[in-house]
Design a protein around this ligand. Sequence first.
Ligand code: NOJ
Length: 541
Amino acid sequence: MVSTLEDRPPLWWQRGAVYQIYPRSFMDSNADGVGDLKGIAAKLDYLAWLGVDAIWLSPIFPSPMADFGYDVSNYTGIEPVFGTLADFDDLLEETHRRGLKLLLDLVPNHTSDEHEWFRQSRLSRDNPRRDWYIWRDPTPGGGPPNNWESNFGGPAWEWDAPTGQYYLHLFHTKQPDLNWRNPQVRQAIYGAMRFWLDRGVDGFRIDVLNMLIKDEQLRDNPFNADWQPGDPPWMRQHKLYSDDQPEMQEIVQEMRQLVEQYGAGQRVLIGEIYLPLPRLMRYYGQELNGVHLPFNFQLIELEHWSARSLREIIKAYEAVLPPGAWPNWVLGNHDKSRIVSRIGSAQARVAQMLLLTLRGTPTLYYGDELGMHDVPIPPELAHDPQEMGSPGFGRDPERTPMQWDASPNAGFCPPAVTPWLPLAEDHEEINIAREESDPFSMLTLVRSLLELRRSSLALEIGRYQAVENDGLSQDCLVYLRVAGVERYLVALNFSAEEQILALSEPGPAQVIISTLLDRTGTAELSALKLRPAEGCLIKLS
Ligand code: NOJ
């Protein structure tokens, strides 16, 4: 029988909150307009103060930056723009000294075309590294071997004239896909994982984990009949043969076995996987021997942010989780529009309360704790390859520099330097220096919620229980978090109108925090008043 969490002490990645740092944009220590490792190290005290438990760094390995680090040219080094291996070791030590964990971003699906493996692979058809990538002849009539399309738009095959074959790239032409059917490739990536685990990293976020292995026959993908011009390019096809193949499960288990050698449950694997729930669940592994946390992106993907749809997705997710599997929730990342830009500042506060009171490990995206929003990037300043391949789908707007203070470059880099992406115009108002001393700021809210979460077993690991009755407005979401006798009620108003909820929970109730940060004290649950876009965390009993 699988033991439940309440039977055994929770592990750090179950209790804790993960904070994603996009290293180019966090803190520039050497005045070149790009963030770096020393910059991150200089801001660890902020992260400890904020109250997150682990930081995940988007890729910091040597890279020609065709996809800003997701095109790795050496898995066991540090990109000079970010610093040196010695800087990394210092950062890791300082992170651990503050009781925080550090996760790296593993990019195993593809390398850069400038990686030594690919340089060799493309030299000749009989090079020993040829089979490390996916090379194919043209079809008899000429043209690419199948109809697969790149996620950045256009065909997924690039012609290589010197050797007369195509190579596969599910992303940029400069990101050739590795051939995971080749055991040497697996060992090479596992070697890289060991390199960082031996240095002491606490786990990995694994890029596009579901895509590593492709259909053996490379069959054509069916087209998505619902796709319309203007829809995202990566939705034009159903990725029947280029994604989520049955052989993936074996690879996931191999990765898990590898990290378990560093202590059961001590190092964590988080899979970046955009798949419908039942298929996502498989990545926990049949015996929970897959990744610890297959990222749950439902909050990011939700088209209509409303109490009704949130209620449905939470219910669906809780219902399909395999016994003993630990949930997780993500509100933002470097690939998607920021939460404030998706739903507005007022509702973003409610969203933070949701994220930090749901059952499961929360992942926060840097700057969301301040209320940073997407920054429109004029075409001449755009960098993202996705914008180049599919204009309008660029991800630069959500990757702009962190807003530390009200100075001209927001404290990210010196005033005389041009940051790699422009700053938000309102950074004089939305920044840490101002918000940390404002009792009503978004930052104060997020920090307080993290603190409350840490101080309560019910909020950290307790059961989730939906509250549904006739006295509830359709615009509100209400749930309980329960561990032993400790019980919290969360009531969230997703509308722009006041709502009065008739709750039948017995016993005394105390408002611990409101998203508006101006309310504590006794709550009248039979007529609980929530102001527009207000959420309340209420202690019962
Ligand atoms: C997912 C990453 O999050 C994204 O930024 C990147 O472009 C692709 N994978 C390709 O590595």
